[in-house]
Design a protein around this ligand. Structure first.
Ligand code: ADP
Length: 213
């Protein structure tokens, strides 16, 4: 991650004088605390500086690799997730394929009427059924989807490292982001609140590379 000139100056000041408050850094640089806020956020997010309430900022002498590890271990699924593209289980294979094109995604998440997760369907699942001589207009998506409880998910509080690891370990492209709700009958429901895809992770890497995160 490349730091801006101002961020390098901030790190130098903190190295020399830390722990130091944002206001004091501002005084030295002749800038307001508000102007510095985005820089301080980037420096703490990436683990270069640590911030302690009522103490201030201090330098965290870490190697480059550890910094990357800290950055992806700090960013949470809820910070970067995108909107889920969901369909109902009665949707036909034909309509599901159309949705892949209209929504420009590779995986659809299948939910019940309350928004609860019941399955996932990938583009190869759909290709398989489409080349098998079946009538795509007649087959419901529920016949071809991978079902619960075999769906790999993440929660909004999971780190982006945990999400990336799951994508790799399970060799899949998309993770539904779910919140668990307990129903009055004692059962649990997984409400779909987002999705994390390989694209989400790649975009984040690009942003980190540009020093915007
Ligand atoms: P593709 O099949 O197009 O290569 P994936 O690699 O994402 O796409 O999917 C591989 C298989 O895993 C498919 O059968 C799909 O239904 C299933 N799958 C996709 N996402 C998940 C998930 N989050 N949890 C469990 N199974 C999944």
């Amino acid at each position: 991650m490349e730091l801006t000139d101002r961020q390098i100056k901030i790190v130098e000041i903190v190295k020399e004088r830390g722990p130091i408050t944002g206001e004091q850094i501002g005084e030295i640089l002749n800038l307001t605390r508000a102007t510095l806020r985005p820089d301080l956020a980037i420096l703490t997010m990436s683990g270069i500086l640590e911030a302690r309430p009522r103490v201030g900022y201090y330098y965290n002498g870490q190697s480059g690799n550890t910094l990357v590890a800290r950055a992806i271990g700090k960013i949470r699924v809820k910070d970067v997730k995108s909107l889920p593209v969901v369909v109902r289980e009665a949707t036909t294979v034909y309509d599901a394929i159309v949705t892949l094109f209209t929504e420009d995604v590779g995986t659809l998440i299948i939910v019940d009427n309350e928004g609860g997760l019941i399955g996932v369907v990938s583009r190869k699942d759909l290709l398989k059924i489409a080349i098998g001589g079946n009538d795509a207009q007649k087959i419901p998506i529920s016949m071809v989807m991978t079902r619960m409880p075999n769906i790999v998910t993440v929660t909004p509080e999971d780190t982006i490292y945990q999400a990336a690891k799951r994508l790799i370990v399970h060799e899949i492209d998309t993770l539904p982001v779910v919140r668990t709700f307990a129903l009055p009958n004692g059962h649990e429901r997984q409400e779909v609140v987002g999705r994390i895809t390989k694209t989400t992770i790649t975009k984040l890497l690009v942003e980190l590379g540009e020093g915007h995160n």
